[in-house]
Design a protein around this ligand. Structure first.
Ligand code: XMP
Length: 508
């Protein structure tokens, strides 16, 4: 990577947003925890200090010595700004008035590079309990709001700035311009980090790294594994061996459709029908975690067996993306947690494989842009997330082939309806749950006693929080009658109107 911005994370909920905004400017950046600062190599053109829920006045608050960055420009955001002020003799105190929400900059020093072309009265987003009450003479105040005396400052004779508002959130109307001023004009970054460039450099580096080696990769039909596989395929062609397992818990016709589209893309792919193995492993299991474990274990067994049929495999390819590998700062203590979402966990050690993860520096939306650059079918790139254990965790209670068949039919009507009504791309994820209850109904002259299904559709940006999608009543009415009329064994449809939190997206 020729140029990058280093973002130091102090635990703010917005740190990843800073990174996304910087990347939207076509500048590469990385997030590192405040207490694991990497060496400041010449490719690092600037440093951004994130916000934090902590107070610089607390004894154990997170800190860095900013003198380590004396060769590059530094921008402190919120807590980052308070930290610099605190370290250099300013006064940070609990705020006397509410400093949360929208505010307007009523003075702006346009002569300062950071605030060039930022409008007077521009809206900014404040979110802090502490405030910078005073700054030393070595600081110049460059912006204020009616209630915040030090909304932005510059340290005189140093390339160090601080802002108490959050430029990364959309409520700060000109936040992106401010970040552009910092990253492009102050740090001098070239804005050449584009999807095309990412594809070219990644393929070249994969070629160099993998050489003539054989690579095995499990595909799921999802965006990440597909884009990762196409990149590796472009680098090493047939030496990439892809495996797509039918676990019997996929959507209706999905196995064949996905297999066909992979073949169409030229991938060296093998479809493995392991439905019966999965159903056997799930037999009589009702507890969600037990089901997840059984599905995970069976997957590893099947994949392991298949991978051993390929001679001399050295690498395991994975579609891991950046949010899965960012070390998140725990504000409750110094411990670091790494989210791991590897669906073949344990396998690399077992098979002594090295890991290749070409997307581990990208956010989800960037993966989609890269996928588009690679010419991948938009229907694959726009697919809703689907959990690894599939319908296995949408059939509440024990899983049987018969229940899978019922749920597949229901799901196909619901998802098909969303597509036909132009609603599919408006929701983040949708699916149906087969409930372990039967209810009384009447069909013609007959009393029925059949299953209940619940439809679930949510809006979200990352799945961490979600709201139930406000689908039109008309649409829900049509889907409901379609399901009850067409799917034998179902006589009642309900719609889930729970948000996350406190509910989760999946029912199990
Ligand atoms: P929850 O139910 O926790 O789901 O709100 C958040 C997102 O994660 C997906 N999910 C899973 N994905 N294995 C996966 O690969 C799992 O065990 C699993 N459980 C939930 C869920 O579909 C949603 O996108």
């Amino acid at each position: 990577m020729s140029q990058q911005i280093l973002i130091l994370d102090f635990g703010s909920q917005y740190t990843q947003l800073i990174a996304r905004r910087v990347r939207e400017l076509n500048v590469y950046c990385e997030i590192h925890p405040f207490n694991k600062v990497p060496a400041i190599t010449p490719d690092i053109k600037g440093v951004i200090l994130s916000g934090s829920p902590c107070s610089v006045r607390d004894q154990n608050s997170p800190t860095v010595d900013i003198s380590a960055f004396s060769n590059v420009p530094v921008l402190g955001v919120c807590y980052g700004a308070q930290l610099i002020a605190h370290q250099q003799g300013g006064n940070v105190l609990p705020s006397q008035i509410r400093e949360y929400g929208r505010a307007k900059l009523n003075t702006v020093n346009h002569a300062n590079e950071l605030l060039k072309e930022i409008s007077l009265d521009t809206q900014v987003w404040m979110s802090h309990a502490d405030t910078i009450a005073s700054v030393p003479d070595t600081f110049e105040i460059i912006a204020t709001t009616p209630s915040v005396a030090v909304a932005a400052y510059k340290v005189k004779n140093q390339k160090v700035w601080g802002i108490q508002f959050h430029p990364e959130v959309t409520h700060t109307t000109e936040g992106k311009n401010l970040l552009r001023n910092f990253v492009v004009h102050i740090c001098g970054c070239n804005q050449d980090w584009t999807a095309d460039q990412f594809v070219d450099t990644t393929i070249a580096s994969l070629k160099a790294r993998l050489g003539n080696d054989q690579v095995v990769m499990a595909l799921s039909g999802g965006v990440d594994s597909t884009v990762a596989a196409i990149l590796v395929h472009k680098a090493i062609g047939k030496n990439l061996h892809c495996i797509f397992v039918d676990n019997g818990l996929l959507r209706k016709n999905e196995f064949q459709q996905v297999l066909d589209s992979y073949q169409h893309m030229g991938l060296n792919i093998k479809g493995v029908d392991a439905k019966d193995k999965f159903y056997a492993a799930l037999k009589d299991l009702t507890e969600p975690e037990a089901k997840r474990k059984a599905i995970g274990r069976t997957f590893i067994e099947v994949f392991d067996e298949e991978a051993h049929l390929i001679s001399d495999v050295k690498w395991l390819g994975q579609g891991t993306i950046y949010p899965d590998v960012i070390e998140s700062v725990s504000v409750n203590g110094p411990s670091q947690t790494i989210k791991s979402h590897h669906n073949v966990g344990g396998l690399p050690e077992k098979m002594k494989l090295k890991i290749v993860e070409p997307l581990n520096t990208l956010f989800k939306d960037e993966v989609r842009v890269v996928g588009k650059t690679l010419g991948i079918d938009p229907t694959i790139l726009g697919r809703h997330p689907f959990p690894g254990p599939g319908l296995g965790i949408r059939i509440l209670g024990d899983v049987t082939a018969d229940k899978v068949r019922i749920l597949q039919e229901v799901d196909a009507i619901f998802i098909g309806g969303l597509r036909d009504s132009g609603l599919y791309d408006k929701v983040w994820q949708a699916g149906a749950m087969l409930l372990p209850v039967q209810s009384v109904g009447v069909m013609g002259d007959e009393r029925t006693y059949e299953r209940v299904v619940s439809l679930r559709a949510v809006t979200s940006t990352d799945g961490m929080t979600a709201d139930w999608a406000h689908l039109p009543y008309e649409f829900l009415a049509n889907v409901s009658s379609d399901i009850i009329n067409k799917v034998k064994g179902v006589n009642r449809v309900v719609y889930d109107i729970s948000s996350k939190p406190p509910a989760t997206i999946e029912w199990e």
